[in-house]
Design a protein around this ligand. Structure first.
Ligand code: S3P
Length: 171
C-alpha cells in the first residue's frame, strides 16, 4: 500500500508528506523532484522549454512507475489529477488523499515563491481561483478529502492516519 497526496499547489502536500512518511516509517517520494532529477532541469525550465504537454507526459510515466511500488508516501504535483488515469492508478496503489484549501490560504502559502510556472502569468490570486475552479471536478474524484484551512500540519497527518484503510494496511 502507498499513501498518495494530491491537491492544488500550496495545499501542503510536501510538508504533510514528509511528516506522514516519518510517522509511518515509509519512504517519501516527490513526483516533481523525480521529474527534475531525471530531466536535469527545474519544472519551470521544463514548462518554458518544452511546454506543459511534455511535462504531463513525464508525469504520467512517473505515476505508472510509482503505482507499481509499495510503502511509499507519494507527494504528487497539483496537476496530476488532470489525467483521470493518474488518479485511478494511484488510488489503486493504496490510499489517495486530496488536500484542499481555499484560494486565500493557497495565495498566502505560494505568495513568496516563484517556481510555479502556472501561477506566474497574470494576477496570482485570479490564476489560483480560476485554475481551482477548472479543476474542481478532478480533485473531487480523489477518494479521500481533507480541508486543511483550519488545521495544523500535525492535525492533517493525524486525520490521514485515522483513515480506515491506512489503519488497516499501513500501521
Ligand atoms: C502544477 C503543480 C506543481 C508542478 C507544476 C504543475 C499544477 O506542483 O507539478 O508546476 O499543474 O498544479 P506542486 O503542486 O507541488 O506545486
Amino acid at each position: 500500500m502507498n499513501v498518495v497526496l494530491m491537491g492544488f499547489m500550496g495545499t501542503g502536500k510536501t510538508s504533510v508528506g514528509k511528516r506522514l512518511a516519518e510517522r509511518l516509517g515509509y519512504s517519501l517520494v516527490d513526483m516533481d523532484e523525480i521529474i527534475e532529477r531525471r530531466e536535469g532541469r527545474s519544472i519551470a525550465q521544463i514548462f518554458a522549454e518544452d511546454g506543459e504537454g511534455y511535462f504531463r507526459r513525464l508525469e504520467r510515466r512517473v505515476v505508472r512507475e510509482l503505482a507499481e511500488r509499495d510503502r511509499l508516501v507519494i507527494s504528487t504535483g497539483g496537476g496530476v489529477v488532470l489525467d483521470p488515469r493518474n488518479v485511478d492508478d494511484l488510488a489503486a496503489s493504496g490510499v489517495a488523499v486530496c488536500l484542499n484549501a481555499c484560494p486565500e490560504t493557497i495565495l498566502d502559502r505560494v505568495a513568496q515563491e516563484g517556481q510555479r510556472p502556472l501561477l506566474e502569468r497574470g494576477d496570482k490570486a485570479e490564476r489560483i481561483r480560476s485554475i481551482l475552479e477548472d479543476r474542481r471536478g478532478h480533485y473531487e474524484r480523489v477518494p479521500h478529502q481533507i480541508d486543511t484551512d483550519q488545521l495544523s500540519l500535525e492535525e492533517v497527518v493525524d486525520l490521514i492516519l485515522q483513515i480506515d484503510a491506512v489503519q488497516n494496511n499501513c500501521i
